[in-house]
Design a protein around this ligand. Sequence first.
Ligand SMILES: C[S@@+](CC[C@H](N)C(=O)[O-])C[C@H]1O[C@@H](n2cnc3c(N)ncnc32)[C@H](O)[C@@H]1O
Length: 161
Amino acid sequence: MIKVNNPNFNPKIFASDILEESIKCAQLNANTHNFDNTLNFIISDLFKSFPKYLKQLFDIVIFNPPYLPSLQKFTESNNKTRSDVSWDGGPKGIEVIMRFLCEVKDFVKKDAYIYFISSSKSDLTQLNEYIKKLGFKNEILAKKHIFFEDIILNKLEIEAT
Ligand SMILES: C[S@@+](CC[C@H](N)C(=O)[O-])C[C@H]1O[C@@H](n2cnc3c(N)ncnc32)[C@H](O)[C@@H]1O
């Protein structure tokens, strides 16, 4: 992490994850880099546990979601482990992202930017249709082939009506 030495840069930053152990790890990192006074941590299934006063307040939201399709054995039974939530984005790899997109709209300002990662291994056609249906404009900022997939950095804005 880079600390910005600009006295006018005083952002309120919230970091969230569904797993308590991920939040503990992020807290340790923040502490190591002297960021622990700047960050607020929330254990939450997406925005479920976010306080209502944060609605319509965020300028920027960044989400590195679980973006790979579930393994067949997970779709047929329910034997996921806790750590599988870090990569398993649902049967088509987009279900967690779609839930996120639906919820994030309530927490951002009208001119906010939302950045998230997706994968060529997921159903991008359905995801892009859903993005349009929710009224977002999507710009692909970067794409990199790594191992077995293209990793895609997306930037969303709420389309002006
Ligand atoms: C690809 S990992 C990213 C980890 C880390 N935030 C980073 O960027 O390196 C996906 C993370 O999303 C979290 N996650 C999965 N489902 C979630 C949900 N419904 N709500 C909040 N976080 C979730 C996982 O626990 C995991 O830490």
